[in-house]
Design a binder for this molecule. Structure first.
Ligand SMILES: [Zn+2]
Ligand SMILES: [Zn+2]
Length: 249
């Protein structure tokens, strides 16, 4: 299978999907992510697959959020629980000291498993007898666009310049925020300064998204802040890449 060859070559997403526009989603993707929201995200096997891959590939990370917001609008409990967990893991994997820190950082940030949605061939799957109303609603991206636009001022400064279309360069300063896939694609390892500024960004993001996570628990209703929603978008963008969201907004 072509996909398996891609995996061995270090690509963790379905190479055939690179030829397909990010939007609209296929029936198979909508149907799967609809059920994903309904609980499979909490399944231990699924959680470990997501941890190994640092979430989902760029396409499927935003596809999952698009389907979530299409059905639940701003009630982003499932993604928040998932991304608090992934960001916590990510921060705990960033080496704090010791020799070859940039090299070790790069190694830790590599996925060790495929995007589970690509691995299942979701794009190519049938609609699984999903009702056409469900597919129509799940294909709509206006809820994600409206959600992202509302918090744009807060997340946009964190978006990856290369995802946004800046010319590719291997000489990026510490001020340039790159997403995880673009950091890994750079020829040079990140500098100490870049790792430090990235760590600071991820720690701030984690604090905000944790407050959002807590706001879904009993007794903490109404404590969510715009920064939490922007932090959720920053987490997804940093772990998986920003292009599908930027293409929409
Ligand atoms: Zn994927
Ligand atoms: Zn990027």
């Amino acid at each position: 299978m072509k996909w398996r060859r891609g995996l061995r070559a270090g690509s963790y997403e379905d190479p055939q999907l690179r030829l397909v526009p990010f939007w609209p989603l296929s029936d198979g993707e909508i149907h799967y992510f609809y059920w994903f929201i309904q609980g499979s995200i909490m399944n231990a096997g699924v959680r470990w697959a997501l941890r190994r891959a640092w979430g989902l590939c760029e396409r499927h990370a935003w596809a999952a959020l698009a389907v979530e917001t299409a059905f639940r609008s701003d009630y982003v409990l499932g993604p928040t629980v998932l991304y608090v967990d992934l960001l916590d893991r990510c921060l705990s994997h960033i080496p704090r000291s010791g020799p070859f820190r940039p090299l070790r950082f790069r190694r830790c940030m590599r996925a060790t498993g495929p995007c589970m949605a690509c691995d299942m061939g979701l794009y190519w799957a049938t609609n699984g007898l999903a009702k056409s109303e469900l597919l129509d609603q799940g294909r709509r991206t206006d809820a994600l666009v409206s959600y992202a636009r509302r918090y744009r001022e807060l997340w946009q400064p964190n978006a990856c310049q290369l995802c946004a279309g800046s010319p590719r360069t291997d000489d990026l300063s510490a001020d340039n925020t790159l997403c995880r896939p673009h950091i890994l694609a750079q020829r040079n390892t990140p500098t100490e300064n870049q790792i430090r500024s990235l760590q600071a960004l991820l720690e701030t993001t984690y604090n905000h998204v944790s407050i959002l996570d807590r706001s879904y628990t009993l007794g903490n209703e109404g404590t969510e802040r715009p920064e939490g929603h922007a932090a959720l978008l920053t987490t997804i963008g940093w772990l998986s890449g920003w292009r599908p969201l930027l293409a929409l907004t």
